[in-house]
Design a protein around this ligand. Sequence first.
Ligand SMILES: CC(C)(COP(=O)(O)OP(=O)(O)OC[C@H]1O[C@@H](n2cnc3c(N)ncnc32)[C@H](O)[C@@H]1OP(=O)(O)O)[C@@H](O)C(=O)NCCC(=O)NCCS
Length: 198
Amino acid sequence: MNSTALTDVRFPNVRIHESSYVDERVQIGEGTRIWHFCHILDDVTIGRNCSIGQNVMIGPRVTVGNNCKIQNNVSLYEGITLEDDVFCGPSCVFTNVINPRSAISRKAEFRSTLVKCGATIGANATIVCGYAVGSYAFVAAGAVVTRDVPDFALMAGVPARRVGWMSHYGERLDRNLICPATKRRYQEVAPDRLVSLE
Ligand SMILES: CC(C)(COP(=O)(O)OP(=O)(O)OC[C@H]1O[C@@H](n2cnc3c(N)ncnc32)[C@H](O)[C@@H]1OP(=O)(O)O)[C@@H](O)C(=O)NCCC(=O)NCCS
């Protein structure tokens, strides 16, 4: 951040750009940076060492884990939960109402979305509400997720289908289910279930 960046006295060791608003009942862990034009609403908890990009809206009542990266132009509405180490690509979209109508209030019908530890959501992807994205799953850019996503699954297309498996490291597994970068080994224990052997 440049010299106009401010440290909010409410949050020691957190950098919050002066163009962003953080409401009253918010907790933010040390080392987190909040860039320009963000709004963090009441009853939000953000973990340590997160990066919140430009024009991000979070809340109310949303939890973001430690070490998450949320790129520009993302809104995390009530009902969304991010565990630790989640990457949200630029302009990815979360939803919380399955059948919205402007003239009908559906606030009592929010469906939740859980993004588990280490998962990546690609740029411009959409996560339809009511599903869980598994640990270390990888949603390709532009995909539309319409069901639960298994751990380590590489999901692409509209609607998103599993087109492969991704390692912890974020590399596509080869046919032997070995990460080309780290050589970590995995095993398919059921048609849509991968586990790490290490
Ligand atoms: C999904 C992804 C990881 C695939 O990478 P990859 O394994 O190197 O894939 P390749 O480029 O070799 O493409 C393999 C095939 O998948 C297709 N493909 C690649 N990305 C795709 C996507 N996002 N959606 C649908 N199909 C895709 C390619 O067209 C290609 O198809 P083909 O075999 O019919 O020619 C990558 O394309 C992607 O979407 N990354 C996310 C990037 C992002 O959003 N970053 C955000 C912050 S910068």
